[in-house]
Design a protein around this ligand. Structure first.
Ligand code: ZN
Length: 454
């Protein structure tokens, strides 16, 4: 489709199709995929960009607005009193207690907010100091529940969204005293199931209810198992399981974590469980038997969630693919990250004729991987440099002889191009025997929750 006549190192002449946009068998009833077809504004608009969702940002602004409005109203209704005599007597039990609730941005704002509510500056300053001592330099908005007896502070609870915070009350002698409030967080597992639409993995996942911050992690979990351009198609079923920490009100605290990823196509099914091995720098994905999803080479060496509407190329006969076309074309927006498919030494990085910005990597087993038409090659990717699997080497572009933004990816074995789908690369290592019990426990907990009615 993309790069007829790529002057690739092996120098094999490719066959163009009739309209010159493809290199597939001209008898193929399915039209060649044109990467321009996905480059519509609405397709780009759905590309994953911001790691923070609007729904998470919005409340913060609202909180500050409420806090400011509350402080102003309290000030208007109840001007602050002058500091009284040094000793503040505790309010008599019969005295009316005024309950107020407001939000403040930080512990440092507590004293001023209490003063604005009409609390004496001595009480306000004491409570502010006590609260700051308990809360430390924790950040994030606090919810204040204040009880006031005339101008005296009767009690104060300041909590973060996780339920953690401080309670300030009068002790037996009437002095303000603080005790800490531990966070009340529980874990919540949620599963979302959907089908791939015809546009992209990203739009399919978001439509099914996968939070946008999880889509990249979800798609990338499968980059060793699936060629996300050719091996998935509309109607394929996926399922995502994610864990959230929730407070006593059931509100999520902090970002969700993807713990389960499932993808089923007519030809293969994968279920992956996230597990963090002790001593490992980060969590990894394992199948149900405890074998790592990692392979010596990635099937999808681009940010998988951004691949657009290439679904359907699977219809091309593999024989034709191998004969007519030397690699895989991953259609994706300009700028989409491209990763080293495996541990490698860079053997070429630069502009090269029809290949455009081009990187060739040499792998320890004698294989090579080639990446064409890049918009840019990352700094430091220079011949002779050794890089680890997953290192970003460049970004998707349309340089050289290319009709639209895409990555043209080739695997060569002993100098000969092969269809990436036709090879099986070495599998990942298994979880050590001593860690299997912990893995099985976590896996079974996920499976048990999946089996529950939703
Ligand atoms: Zn190509």
């Amino acid at each position: 489709m993309c790069c007829p006549g790529d002057s690739s190192p092996a120098g094999i002449e490719l066959v163009r199709d009739q309209n010159g946009t493809g290199v597939y068998d001209r008898n193929d009833p399915e039209p060649s995929f044109d990467p321009r077809s996905w480059g519509r504004p609405e397709a780009n608009a759905s590309a994953p960009v911001a790691p923070v969702s609007m729904s998470r940002r919005l409340p913060t602004g609202v909180v500050f607005a409420i806090a400011a409005a509350g402080a102003i109203m309290a000030y208007t209704a109840r001007p602050p009193q002058q500091p009284g005599p040094a000793a503040t007597p505790p309010p008599a039990p019969t005295e009316t207690i005024d309950q107020r609730t407001l939000n403040v941005p930080t512990p440092a704002s507590i004293a001023a907010s209490l003063t604005a509510l009409g609390v004496t500056s001595v009480d306000a300053a004491t409570a502010g100091t006590l609260a700051a001592a308990q809360l430390g330099d924790t950040t994030g908005p606090l919810r204040l529940e204040v009880s006031i007896a005339r101008t005296h502070l009767h009690g104060l609870t300041a909590t973060h969204a996780d339920g953690g915070g401080v309670v300030i009350e009068r002790d037996a002698k009437g002095a303000l005293a603080a005790k800490s409030l531990s966070a009340k967080l529980t874990s919540r597992l949620t599963f979302v199931r959907g089908e791939l639409d015809g546009e992209s993995f990203y739009s399919s996942a978001v439509a099914a209810g996968v939070q946008d911050v999880l889509v990249s992690a979800f798609a990338n979990a499968f980059r060793y198992d699936f060629d996300m351009q050719r091996e998935v198609s509309p109607g394929d079923v996926f399922e995502a399981g994610f864990e959230e920490r929730v407070n006593a009100d059931g509100e999520p605290v902090g970002p969700p974590t993807l713990v389960y990823a499932y993808l089923a196509t007519p030809s293969k099914t994968r279920a992956l469980y996230r597990h963090h091995l002790p001593g490992a720098s980060e969590a990894d994905w394992f199948d149900s038997s405890g074998r790592s999803s990692r392979r010596s080479l990635m099937r999808t060496p681009v940010e998988a969630a951004r691949i657009s509407s290439g679904f359907g190329m699977r219809g091309h006969p593999i024989l034709g693919f191998r004969k007519m076309h030397r690699g895989t074309d991953f259609a994706a927006p300009i700028g989409t990250p491209i990763f080293a498919a495996g541990d490698a030494t860079v053997s070429f990085a630069g502009m090269k004729g029809a290949n455009g910005n081009f990187v060739r990597l040499h792998h320890a087993n004698g294989w090579d991987t080639l990446y064409l038409h890049m918009n840019a090659i990352m700094p430091g990717i220079t011949p002779g440099t050794q890089i680890a699997q997953g290192t970003q080497i460049g970004e998707v572009g349309t340089t050289g002889r290319s009709t639209g933004p895409h990555l043209h990816y080739e695997i060569h074995i002993n100098g000969e191009p092969v269809d990436p789908l036709s090879i099986e690369t070495a599998g990942g290592r298994a979880i050590p025997a001593g860690q299997m019990a912990a893995f099985r426990t976590a896996r079974d907990a996920i499976d048990a929750r999946r089996a529950e009615p939703r």
